[in-house]
Design a protein around this ligand. Structure first.
Ligand SMILES: CC(C)(COP(=O)(O)OP(=O)(O)OC[C@H]1O[C@@H](n2cnc3c(N)ncnc32)[C@H](O)[C@@H]1OP(=O)(O)O)[C@@H](O)C(=O)NCCC(=O)NCCS
Length: 148
């Protein structure tokens, strides 16, 4: 692994909320972050020293082996370096022993960079959801099978 720094699971901080609002295409407001149930949602962060380099938020349902990737964000300067892929590999290495077998997500149909990233790490496109987002944009629903 080339990724340096520390990957951890933590509760949402102001820093994460700000990164979401600055860099994520459909950011949440603070109230959405605050009401996340820490037993059902896992926030993975990647830091170099004190600096937040990226985060990924996954939601789960008790008794289900499918996780929902709500968000993944990498700091602009670290994109295209292979680090996002390694960050994701660290995350799935933690999900598999917990019993998760699949991850699904929605992504805006015009977010080509994210779609290419997901395809590169093994996600398959299941279908298009027309008008999925509040602004009327279409989504692609993608899924990754873990542990194969
Ligand atoms: C999505 C994200 C985490 C991916 O991380 P990344 O470091 O940019 O991803 P990578 O560079 O490893 O992979 C992106 C792929 O898209 C390709 N790509 C780069 N720029 C592109 C562009 N403008 N349009 C289309 N594809 C592009 C790259 O070539 C790369 O594929 P390759 O490695 O096979 O060449 C990051 O771009 C990000 O934080 N984006 C903003 C937040 C976001 O949109 N999150 C997902 C929303 S669902």
């Amino acid at each position: 692994m080339n990724i340096t720094g520390k990957i951890a699971i933590e509760n949402p901080t102001q820093e994460v909320i700000e990164m979401d609002q600055k860099l994520f295409p459909n950011p949440w407001d603070t109230s959405q972050w605050i009401k996340l149930d820490p037993n059902l949602n896992h926030l993975f962060t990647w830091r170099m020293g004190q600096e937040l380099k990226g985060f990924a938020l996954l939601g789960t349902v008790p008794g289900d082996d499918v996780a929902h990737l709500y968000k993944i964000v990498t700091a602009q300067n670290d994109r295209g370096s292979g680090s996002s892929q390694e960050f994701w590999a660290h995350i799935i290495n933690q999900l598999v022993p917990l019993g998760f077998r699949r991850v699904y997500l929605e992504v805006e149909g015009d977010n080509s960079r994210a779609i290419n990233f997901y395809l590169k790490v093994g996600f398959k496109t299941l279908r298009k959801a027309k008008g999925f987002y509040s602004n009327g944009a279409d989504a692609l629903i993608m899924e990754l099978t873990l542990g194969v």
